[in-house]
Design a protein around this ligand. Structure first.
Ligand SMILES: [Zn+2]
Ligand SMILES: [Zn+2]
Ligand SMILES: [Zn+2]
Length: 549
């Protein structure tokens, strides 16, 4: 096994046992003298951290009160990377509104939307943030929805290049070693002693006085962390042609660095294009094996599966790959299935083409089953969700020409409203609804942003926000893209409930009934219904139409 290349640093630092860190590693907290709000003179007099310059500065860009070390009984702290406009958070809040989450999001419109929805959002390129920030030592939960352009069917599919994926996979396999979770028999060669990685005597060290025995420098343990997040990111990016594919490595960099600095991390969840699992399972394998490897990170559970939001209450399909990992014990809804059968179903297309399953795949013998034998939530059609006649049609692409060979319209893009809809995509801002006797593309009934969001599973008053780059720009396309990309809150609730909060079933049934104005099957539970989803309020009125469409 190769040891990752390490970054030289000016001064050696000592680990918790007083030994110098190997290879020049300097943990981020090295520059930190241990100061927290507990030592703060200002807060000591009763000021809140948010009003205290020292605490605000120390915690930046995280919430000022995170300057206080987390203690048992306080709300859980969570980090959500690639948080988008807040789809996962909206789902999580349905089952657990007691935690404090920080979202990291690069897109300014999505960040502004999530902020308007009430979240603490750091608008930044994640690669500029160091997960070893001392205030993150209290983080218990981690979620990520890495961008999937390079893995989705719509993108250029750079993420499907087998050589690149293999290269990135082998980089990711080194994460637990790079960040200090690899247990080795003898660390002494790192400090000038005669023994190597596995306790063997090193070449040229045969005459060392400790060669045949146990010396002062000897001892097994975890290989000290030897890479910074920045160096690991650079290494991952060097493996692929599109650097966005390398963002997948953040799903190991953050959890491992958080645990390395002492965070009591309990769970990791991840959402990705279903194609990650179907077409590039090697990356899912790398994540699963690094998280569960007993000689590495050693977590108790890491499962991968594909799930469709329409099976969990949404009025449109949204098939995504989901990963759930727990540090101690199994998640809620843990389910064991026949892994070979699951593999043949997942990669049947590969088996058919090449006669074999992919070389590297995650184990599919475990998954979460949020239903646990309970009846499925009601299926909601687009017609029911939008209160339109069930025999109408939708045209997503306007009027198409006629294919003269078949006499039928070219290009498709139409679907009946009497069914669960296809996955919402950005061009849906221009959708036209029509009775079936109106020719394709000649419908006049348009869709609003709140309606488009509702089809994905967002409440109708969700504060979709566009920050105009020039006066008068309305961002129709940006808002539609923002609605098309994120996690469906329905699915976010079911997956979040696997690791935290309360069971998803009743709260989500109530939410679904209110969102789609169903007769509420759990109305007798006494849970408050959502506010009336009509557009009397001004901010909704502003979003009511996609006028430029
Ligand atoms: Zn203070
Ligand atoms: Zn303070
Ligand atoms: Zn030794």
């Amino acid at each position: 096994m190769s040891i990752p290349a390490c970054v030289p640093a000016p001064e050696p630092a000592a680990d918790e046992d007083g030994r110098p860190y190997a290879n020049g590693f300097r943990p981020a907290v090295l520059e930190w003298d241990g100061w927290t709000c507990a030592d703060c003179m200002v807060c000591g007099t009763g000021a809140a951290c948010v009003d205290c310059q020292a605490c605000t500065h120390f915690a930046f860009p995280y919430p000022p009160h995170w300057a206080r070390p987390w203690v048992e009984g306080e709300p859980e702290r969570g980090i959500e990377v690639f948080g988008g406009p807040g789809g996962m958070s909206a789902g999580r809040n349905l089952v657990d509104d007691g935690g404090e989450w920080v979202l990291i999001e690069y897109n300014r419109h999505a960040a502004a939307t999530a902020r308007a929805a009430g979240h603490w959002v750091i608008e930044a390129d994640i690669r500029t943030l160091d997960p070893r920030h001392p205030v993150l030592r209290g983080v218990q939960r981690f979620h990520g929805s890495p961008p999937c352009q390079t893995l989705s069917g719509a993108g250029k599919r750079a993420g499907w290049n087998a050589d690149e994926i293999a290269e990135l996979q082998s980089v990711m396999w080194q994460a637990s070693e790079a960040f200090g979770f690899l247990e080795v028999d003898d660390l002494c060669s790192l400090y000038g002693g005669p023994h190597g990685y596995f306790g063997d005597v090193l070449d040229g060290m045969e005459d060392h006085p400790d060669a045949d025995g146990w010396g002062e420098l000897c001892g097994g343990g975890h290989l000290p962390p030897c890479m910074t997040p920045a160096a690991f990111r650079e290494w991952a990016a060097s493996a692929v042609s599109d650097e966005r594919t390398a963002l997948m490595a953040e799903m190991l960099i953050w959890p491992m660095c958080l645990v390395q600095i002492g965070a009591p991390l309990l769970s990791i969840t991840m959402e990705q294009s279903a194609n990650l699992l179907k077409q590039s399972p090697a990356l899912a394998e790398a994540i699963q094996s690094e998280i569960t490897s007993v000689e590495g990170f050693g977590w108790a559970w890491c499962s991968w599966q594909v799930a469709d939001a329409a099976d969990f209450g949404a009025a449109t399909h949204r098939e995504r790959a989901w990963m759930v990992a727990t540090r101690y014990g199994w998640p809620r809804y843990a389910d064991q299935v026949d892994g070979d059968q699951a593999a043949r179903a997942m990669w049947g297309h590969v088996l058919k083409r090449s006669g074999a399953l992919p070389d590297w795949t995650p184990e599919l013998d475990r998954r979460i089953d949020p239903y646990q034998g309970r009846p499925a939530l009601p299926t909601v059609t687009v017609a029911a969700a939008l209160d339109l006649p069930a025999d109408w049609w939708a045209d997503t692409r306007g009027k198409r020409g006629i294919n003269h060979a078949t006499g039928k319209p070219k290009g498709g893009g139409s679907f009946p409203l009497g069914e669960v809809g296809p996955c919402v995509t950005a061009p849906w801002y221009g959708i036209r609804f029509r009775p079936s006797d109106v020719p394709q593309g000649e419908g006049t009934h348009t869709i609003t942003a709140p309606e488009l969001g509702a089809l994905v599973g967002f409440r109708r008053d969700y504060p979709w926000t566009y920050l105009p780059a020039r006066a008068g720009a309305r961002g129709v396309r940006n808002i539609a893209q923002m609605i098309a990309d994120p996690v469906s809150p329905f699915m976010g609730a079911a997956v979040s409930a696997a690791v935290q909060g309360e069971d998803w079933y009743k709260p989500v049934a109530t939410y679904q009934a209110a969102l789609y104005r169903l007769k509420d099957p759990s109305a007798d539970t006494g849970r408050p219904a959502l506010p009336a989803p009509r557009a009397e309020r001004r901010e909704i009125a502003q979003l009511e139409l996609f006028p430029a469409a």
